[in-house]
Design a binder for this molecule. Structure first.
Ligand code: HEC
Length: 112
């Protein structure tokens, strides 16, 4: 009987200790770091960036749909609403894009 009481007391003490530690851990755990936010606000000269959505995509959207856009026959293989497709094709695109201004924009986009 005595042994049982001792074991009970021991288990109780252990439980108290563990819950105390859990509380300490919760209070001292650090907040998530915010490093990524700082990268975008870094000072210094920023070269004019070509924006895919507003400058590149419209070129393809006007000339290459429906085939290379959602629902088109080439959308599975070469979706032109994705910047990666344009990057992957690279200079191959210039066999189909003849306009000087459009080519220049795409060339700058590929270079960045
Ligand atoms: C009428 C449908 C259609 C339109 C519009 C179209 N394509 Fe395609 N495109 C295809 C098909 C089908 C293929 C695959 C067969 C082939 O290579 O010709 C293809 C393949 C390609 C390829 C890969 C073949 C290669 O030359 O390496 C490129 C790059 C390409 N298209 C660019 C364009 C561009 C840029 C435009 C818009 C200026 C465009 N396509 C408009 C149907 C189309």
């Amino acid at each position: 009987m005595r042994a049982a009481a001792l074991i009970f007391a021991f288990v109780l003490t252990l439980a108290c200790y563990l819950s105390f530690r859990a509380q300490i851990n919760a209070r001292t755990s650090e907040p998530p770091s915010v490093e990524t936010a700082e990268l975008e606000n870094s000072p210094g000269p920023v070269p004019a960036k070509i924006d895919f959505g507003t400058q590149i995509r419209p070129i393809f959207h006007s000339g290459c749909q429906p085939c290379h856009f959602n629902g088109g026959t080439m959308y599975q293989r070469l979706p032109f609403d994705r910047p990666e497709t344009i990057k992957t094709l690279g200079t191959k695109l210039f066999t189909r894009i003849k306009d000087e201004n459009e080519s220049r924009l795409i060339r700058e986009f590929l270079a960045q």
